[in-house]
Design a protein around this ligand. Structure first.
Ligand SMILES: Cc1ncc(COP(=O)(O)O)c(C=O)c1O
Length: 370
């Protein structure tokens, strides 16, 4: 008889359900019976990477693939430090912002500790905590927005980290600088406050805070950023965190060295220089959101179009059914039951052909339902 491994598995891992990633496009298209697929499920930038980053990617010399990259993204950290007026040692670069979530939780939490975040936000904070045996306290959103007072009330002696997604994925709501400052003042350095700014480059509102500029004043603040969204490098997997030297010194101990490949480091470094790319992406997102919200109003569908390159839409049917029906029409969206928003879908802003396909497919799916 094969011996069981159950006794080797910690309780919190035994009860954790693994995330199932979507299948590759060719497999999905075969399953859905469609001949082309618009992926509007991952908030990628349809304009791709900035042109200077493209040049690096296109010209990557193959012998470099045999060589280990800089283990701590040396040049990128120096470039970030120059750009944001911080010291290179205040940055830790990871294999996407996803990886740095794990670094922070491992650095500060042990059995019996908890983290506090929202119930309807980017789920990876909650997941990493759960499979690390750390309790995740989930505070309901108020008006689709992180509830600062309720988060503060959820803190206890064992709370180590508060995660705030600004602007929030999937609702696009944000805390102004005044509101974030008030929250940080109330926390008063007793916990680590992570502000995940994965979508900050899309925000055009004047009162939106730049977390990196608040680090000097609030040494318990840790800011996440990514090259996956605005900078179109999701496929290369690169993101980073920044914080006060003493905090980053602790987090560095839990970093996996060499997790960020050399091509990603170099492409990211070049991506930062391209202001025209940011302007073009913002214009595309702004104009497309206006067009889509008009369309959704015409269809009488409730929607939330905040900051970021995505819109949430409420449908008069289950989101998983809508997902399947849209898939057969070559449009992939994010069904939102997993975000605790049943009957809602999240749509990434895409190029005009993708948006036309989406709107046509929605009309058909709604007519079908009627
Ligand atoms: C709010 C938020 N944070 C972090 C990430 C992770 O980004 P990365 O691709 O850098 O791992 C995402 C990706 O969707 C996100 O939406």
């Amino acid at each position: 008889m094969t011996p069981t491994i159950d006794h080797l598995v910690p309780e919190h891992v035994r009860h954790f359900e693994a995330y199932i990633p979507s299948k590759p496009d060719d497999v999905l298209m075969k399953m859905a019976g469609c001949t082309r697929l618009f992926r509007l499920n991952n908030n990628e930038n349809p304009l791709g990477p900035p042109s200077a980053a493209r040049t690096i990617i296109d010209g990557f010399p193959s012998p470099r693939a045999a060589i280990y990259p800089s283990g701590d993204a040396y040049h990128l950290r120096h470039r970030l430090a120059d750009g944001f007026g911080l010291h290179p040692d205040q940055f830790l670069v990871g294999n996407g912002a996803n990886e740095v979530i794990g670094f922070v939780i491992k650095a500060f939490c042990q059995e019996g500790d908890n983290i506090v975040t929202a119930d309807k936000t980017f789920a990876v904070y909650e997941w990493v905590a759960a499979f690390s045996g750390i309790d995740a306290r989930l505070v309901p959103l108020t008006d689709f927005t992180f509830d600062d007072a309720a988060m503060l009330a959820a803190i206890d002696q064992r709370t180590k980290i508060l995660f705030v997604c600004n602007p929030n994925n999937p609702t696009g709501t944000y805390w102004s600088e005044a509101r974030l400052r008030k929250f940080l003042d109330d926390v008063a350095g007793r916990q680590i406050v992570v502000v995940d700014e994965a979508y900050c480059e899309f925000v055009e509102k004047e009162d939106f805070p730049d977390g990196l500029r608040l680090i000097e004043e609030y040494p318990n603040l840790v800011v996440f950023r990514t090259f996956s969204k605005m900078y179109g490098l999701a496929g290369l997997r690169i993101g980073y965190l920044a914080g006060a030297p003493a905090v980053v010194d602790i987090i560095r101990r839990t970093c996996v060295v060499y997790s960020v490949n050399g091509l990603a480091q170099e492409a990211a470094l070049r991506a930062l220089d391209d202001e025209a790319h940011v302007r073009a992406t913002r214009a595309l997102v702004r104009e497309t959101k206006t067009m889509l919200t008009r369309e959704f109003q015409r269809l009488g569908l409730p929607h939330v179009a905040g900051e970021g390159n995505f819109i949430m839409l409420r449908l008069p049917m289950s989101d998983s059914l809508a997902y399947r029906r849209l898939m057969t029409r070559g449009v992939m969206v994010r069904s939102m039951t997993g975000f605790r928003f049943p009957n809602w879908i999240r749509i990434t802003i895409g190029l005009p052909d993708a948006m036309t396909a989406l709107v046509d497919a929605l009309h058909e799916v709604l007519n079908h339902a009627a």
